[in-house]
Design a protein around this ligand. Structure first.
Ligand SMILES: *Cc1c(COP(=O)(O)O)cnc(C)c1O
Length: 446
């Protein structure tokens, strides 16, 4: 329908980073925008396609962050663009709870079918991951008539008042923004790199600690929901040891607790599964999705057991923009792309290249303490060599070096010492390998 002048999928630097035009534009950014906003790379973007960002100075940058795991189907993916254009010409908004439309319903049907479990499911669409998490908590409380929500160390669930309370890390997310919502209880998260023992022991210890804390300090009968990221995102790609998620799901079931998987960062093919919980065959009562769902347009969802989702009175849920038709059109285009381009297999393939390259680097550079993750969601934790002490300075230096060479990578971690990789799932092998060779140079330059 449209003819896009797609960018060649190659890295190309024509100025220093940032170039003169970006430098000028960023002065206006400083003048005009809130100082509370961060910035991962100091360039201003003019266009993007698939895994390449073009800045206003003409530099082509390899995107290994996907705008925080959003553009998995590629930036301005053709099917997303086509459907958005078609929708924006048809109508832009009615509000689904005023006058409904088909693509909202179709996105929900897709999510109901794609999320784990063969039970009857229903969905709700909203605008952001945080809003979806808030709604999942609202619904779980309403359904169970219980107040308490159990969350984990190192977790990240958003920046609204309730989701700040659910999020673990104080600086920068919570500092000075309290008071926070009550009835949120934080329990230990098994962080294998920093815990002692083999995987089986760590799982057993963690489950003991978590269930003991719930039983003795909260009372399981007071708990509405256990909310967990199947692989923690902002916390530093912490992968729970085998058996932990299934044991939590079982404990939830045994105690009438709604088990909520926050798949906002892990969902929609990212980890080499449609959803990360599939790795261990876990079937959550509710799945929260956002980031990767709509190829860059703001959309998020809660999908859950029909009886849970239907427990809320009519008009108890909603919002002006939730499930906007343009965002829904984008989501249908994104899901079609995932299916037709078999991006779940691409994510696995990217995981093999990323994982093996990062493990090679870890052998060469003792500053890399651990390589972890799954599929196209991998990270390295940087330490002072020979210890497990965080090495924030090395993380900053590596990221800066990569930026200067036209590779955008993101950081993460409770201890701000994790470099994370979330490339678009459509990235070519050549581009990924080029970025990884820059990363090698970055470590060599330390
Ligand atoms: C990003 C994120 C959120 C919040 O999503 P927003 O769209 O930024 O509100 C919630 N949970 C997880 C796991 C995330 O990664």
């Amino acid at each position: 329908m449209t003819t896009l002048t797609n960018l060649t999928q190659e890295r190309r630097l024509v100025t220093a980073i940032p170039g003169p035009k970006s430098t000028e534009a960023l002065k206006r950014r400083t003048e005009a925008t809130s100082g509370g906003l961060g910035m991962a790379i100091p360039v201003v973007i003019e266009r993007a396609s698939d895994a390449i960002l073009l800045d206003i100075d003409g530099n082509q940058i390899i995107d290994l962050g996907s705008g925080i795991g959003v553009t998995g189907v590629g930036n301005s993916a053709q099917r997303v663009v086509d459907r958005v254009i078609e929708q924006v010409q048809a109508f832009t908004h009615t509000c689904f709870t005023v006058a409904p439309y088909m693509n909202y319903i179709e996105v929900c049907e897709k999510l109901n079918a794609l999320t784990p479990g063969s039970h009857k499911k229903k969905s709700l669409l909203v605008n952001s991951g945080a809003e979806a998490v808030e709604n999942a908590v609202k619904i779980a409380r309403h359904y169970t008539k219980r107040p308490a929500i159990v969350v984990f160390e190192h977790s990240y669930h958003g920046r609204t008042n309730l989701t700040m309370a659910l999020t673990a890390k104080n600086m920068p997310y919570k500092e000075g923004f309290g008071p926070f919502a009550p009835e949120i209880y934080r329990v230990p998260m098994p962080y294998s790199f920093h815990w002692v023992g083999d995987q089986a022991t760590i799982t057993e210890d963690a489950i003991d600690m978590v269930t003991h804390k719930i039983d003795k300090e909260i009372g399981a009968h007071n708990v509405a929901a256990i909310l967990i990221e199947p692989i923690q995102g902002e916390g530093g790609f912490i992968v729970p040891p085998k058996g932990f998620l299934p044991a939590l799901a079982k404990y939830s079931k045994d105690n009438g607790i709604v088990f909520i998987a926050d798949e906002v960062q892990t969902g929609l093919d990212r980890t080499g599964h449609m959803f990360a919980v599939e790795e261990e065959g876990v079937v959550p009562d509710m799945v929260v999705t956002a980031k990767g769902i709509a190829g860059g347009l703001p959309l998020a969802a809660v999908t859950g057991r029909a009886e849970v989702m239907d427990s809320v009175h009519t008009s108890g849920l909603g919002g002006t923009y939730g499930g906007n038709p343009i965002a829904c059109a984008a989501a249908l285009g994104a899901m079609e792309t995932m299916e037709e381009e078999n991006l779940v297999a691409r994510a696995k393939h990217i995981g093999e290249i990323l994982g093996s390259s990062l493990r090679e680097l870890a052998k060469k550079y003792p500053v890399i303490g651990e390589v972890r993750g799954r599929g196209a969601m991998q990270a390295i934790e940087l330490v002072e060599p020979g210890t497990k002490n965080p090495n924030t300075a090395a993380m900053s230096a590596v990221v800066k070096y990569c930026q200067s060479q036209g590779v955008l990578i993101l950081t993460a971690g409770t201890y701000s010492n994790v470099v994370r990789f979330l490339p678009p799932l459509v990235i070519t092998d050549e581009l990924l390998k080029d970025a990884l060779s820059v990363l090698d140079d970055a470590f060599a330059s330390l």
